[in-house]
Design a binder for this molecule. Sequence first.
Ligand SMILES: NC(=O)c1ccc[n+]([C@@H]2O[C@H](COP(=O)([O-])OP(=O)(O)OC[C@H]3O[C@@H](n4cnc5c(N)ncnc54)[C@H](O)[C@@H]3O)[C@@H](O)[C@H]2O)c1
Length: 339
Amino acid sequence: MAKIKFGLIGYGYWGPNIARLIDESDRVELAYCADLLDNSLKQIKQKYPHTTTTKNYKAILEDRSVSAVLIVTPTKTHYKLAKDCLLAKKHVFIEKPLTYSVKEAEELIKIASANDVLLSVGHVFLFNPAVKYIKKIIDKGELGVIRHFHFQRRNLGPVRKDVNVLYDLAPHDISMLLYFINQKPKTVIATGESYLQNGIQDVISASIKFEDKIMANIILSWIDPIKIRDITIVGSKKMLLFDDVSQSEKIKIFDKNANIIEATRNVPFGEYQIALHSGDVYSPDIENKEPLKEEINHFIDCIVEKKKPLNDGHNGLRVVKILEALQNSLDNNSQEVKI
Ligand SMILES: NC(=O)c1ccc[n+]([C@@H]2O[C@H](COP(=O)([O-])OP(=O)(O)OC[C@H]3O[C@@H](n4cnc5c(N)ncnc54)[C@H](O)[C@@H]3O)[C@@H](O)[C@H]2O)c1
């Protein structure tokens, strides 16, 4: 069977990872790559001599034999590029976040639907075997009632110039959060500071509250000494730590909990008792699969089988809604913002 033709826009830091996976696939070919920089185009030509390179992404849109375009450019360029691709009836995969604003995301969803093409967002953690494992045990009730989440995404760089650390890093955490609990967010608060570039916060602390008293805190930084990517999930029965930087025990499940002893719950004068339980820790084996490869394969499957991506436009919009509300809080002295 003939390979499906893909075009890639953006061959900077992240684009080469996507180009490699397209090239390795036996179902698709990297027909085009567009970038504004001569050096990027030179690199792609050296690596993939059969790929047509161009500075003008519209050349990809004019070629009717190209089925899909993958957009791997800075966040604020996503909307315009995606709109043009969707109007040219190309299936579109956009790196995270879908767009900078809710309005733009909603418009892209409408255009994709009107043109009967797929819109998919690079929420790569939804394809991470450890994240899928966590989702499974939350759904089975192994952790009990979920109470709260701590996310930490800290490192020394890379520092972006187009968006702040919220738009750069939080899409990962927010997409996982929504996947884990599938609840409606109610309110958000964010606070942050800009140390390197005026008006572009490089350190942000964000808090999101959901129905059922679930709370999530996210710490984001581009200027931390060591790379930390972890999530703590606290349930009424057990607690879990996902350390994405760890090479061996990525997930630890703690048989620990804190609960009011039910028999004492209604006694007067605060004489109820709280039991703290601390048992074993275990670390499950997690299958070893490359999340980005899984994500690209899912996009190809959805094109071939005409099915809705897990990471579709609506999924991307839910993340952008929270980002926009958090940015609103940042811009208004950390006021609580309703969603
Ligand atoms: N999933 C992940 O873990 C992950 C990691 C890093 C980046 N990203 C995402 O990937 C996207 C790109 O990030 P990056 O770090 O590669 O940025 P980058 O700045 O390193 O590269 C972007 C490239 O896009 C090119 N470009 C910009 N406008 C263009 C246009 N109109 N036509 C053609 N080329 C154009 C630039 O020349 C540049 O080479 C962002 O959305 C970012 O959030 C995702």
